[in-house]
Design a protein around this ligand. Structure first.
Ligand SMILES: *Cc1c(COP(=O)(O)O)cnc(C)c1O
Length: 415
């Protein structure tokens, strides 16, 4: 690692910028996708159940993940809702989840008229702390939605143990976590259900879309999950049935998305490998830098870095997080202070307890509270985090420049 010369002027103060060349970019879609799309159209149907593209997409996904069953959906949000519905989560149930996540994690919980309960996070992996999960369990707890944030796996062994002990389901939100591994096992195959997103910002894109893995290995669980994504319409053999029993949404994936998904899936391992290498390299380059704590991946796990989130230790620096971020931008390194604006429970839906206009239902079914200080570690993470972009199309030089710039800014502001 090349040393930053002591006293080198920051770009924000008129000194030379660390990064003067553009970051690497690349084409995410090409003739591979176009060929699949043309074949889909030539089928003369775009309905997943009649065509072959969604089926092939799932077959290849199942082979990659070594699971028996998965269901295609219209989004990551839909996937999580489907898993909750299949798990039997219903009105008045409590579902424990993370306060730092996309709202897609919460939407299905509330549409099932269940109540989100927030547990606190590990300060350096930014994932759910098993002890905090256990402390939030009540007789109403029906499920845990773990969020593997930014490609980094949650501590699944203790979480599964707690869930088995209390007879509750575990749903893995893998929207940001393709091919990430917990002690060698793929995230999304450990809980009862694994939920993926193929929206345009994720590791792979079908425009919008999602997948739910059904991990029990029981074909009946697969049928229930499949039906919940398709208006509770049962399309299998003797079970063929379109009588409405319980409510379920239409979250079907189309053949166009399935077609693009087939081509995208072939690129997934390379995308994840690149991101893993780049993210791990940033950690190696930033370890021990004054005022910085790295995005920690626990020993034995593998992250595929949907983004890289470091934290600023303001007590070791003479600048604020915002000043640090601005100085880093001036060095030519794009970055964002924080992630979501506040922890989820401080957002107005939870503060007002208004999931639906004109009523406090389903919140009034539970004693759960959403006050400031509920998850102090999660709140502190968002106040001190700086997010760096990790992208598969970046070059080694892009990553080295990122490390150099963070070190330069940290050295300048060290106390
Ligand atoms: C993207 C995302 C979702 C929602 O996925 P959509 O496809 O946008 O509905 C859910 N959870 C997390 C953690 C996400 O990052």
């Amino acid at each position: 690692m090349e040393k930053v010369a002591a006293g080198e002027q920051l770009a924000i103060h008129g000194g030379p910028k660390v990064k003067t060349t553009p970051f690497g970019t690349g084409k995410r879609f090409g003739l591979e996708e176009a060929k699949e799309l043309l074949e889909a159209l030539e089928q003369n149907t775009l309905f997943y159940h009649f065509g072959g593209k969604v089926k092939q997409f799932l077959k290849e996904f199942n082979e990659l993940y070594r699971v028996d069953y998965s269901v295609a959906t219209s989004s990551g949000t839909a996937s999580i809702h489907v898993a909750l519905g299949a798990a039997g989560v219903t009105a008045g149930d409590e579902v424990i989840t993370s306060p730092i996540t996309d709202q897609g994690t919460l939407i299905g919980i509330l549409y099932q008229n269940a109540i989100p309960v927030f547990a606190d996070l590990d300060p350096h992996t930014y994932n759910l702390d098993p002890a905090s999960i256990e402390a939030r369990i009540t007789p109403r707890t029906k499920a845990i939605v773990v969020v593997h944030l930014a490609g980094n796996p949650c501590d699944m062994d203790p979480i599964m143990e707690i869930a088995r002990k209390h007879n509750i389901k575990v749903i893995e939100d893998c929207a940001q976590s393709y091919l990430c591994r917990y002690k060698g096992r793929l995230a999304g195959t450990i809980g009862d259900y694994g939920c993926f997103s193929t929206n345009d910002f994720k590791h792979i894109s079908t425009g919008d879309g999602g997948i739910v893995t059904v991990n029990s290995g029981d074909v009946n669980d697969y049928y229930v999950t499949h039906a919940f994504a398709d208006k509770n319409y049962n399309r299998f053999g003797d079970l063929f049935n379109r009588d409405l029993n319980y409510l379920a949404p239409n979250y079907r994936m189309t053949e166009l998305q399935g077609a693009v998904g087939i081509a995208q899936l072939k690129k997934l391992e390379w995308i994840c490998e690149q991101r893993k290498r780049y993210g791990d390299r940033i950690t190696e380059g930033l370890r021990g830098v004054p005022g910085i704590s790295v995005h920690e991946v626990k020993e034995g796990n593998e992250s595929t870095y949907w983004f890289y989130m470091m934290r600023i230790k303001e007590e070791e620096l003479t600048c604020t997080r915002e000043e640090f971020s601005a100085a880093l931008s001036a060095e030519g390194i794009p970055n964002t202070p924080g992630y979501i604006k506040t922890v989820v429970y401080l957002q107005s839906l939870f503060q007002q307890r208004h999931a639906y206009p004109g009523t406090h239902y389903p919140f009034d079914l539970s004693d759960t509270t959403y006050e400031e200080g509920l998850c102090p570690t999660a709140e502190a993470i968002l106040e001190t985090a700086i997010r760096l972009t990790v992208n598969e199309f970046f070059t080694e030089d892009d990553i080295e420049a990122t490390i150099r710039a963070v070190r330069k800014v940290a050295e300048h502001y060290r106390k």
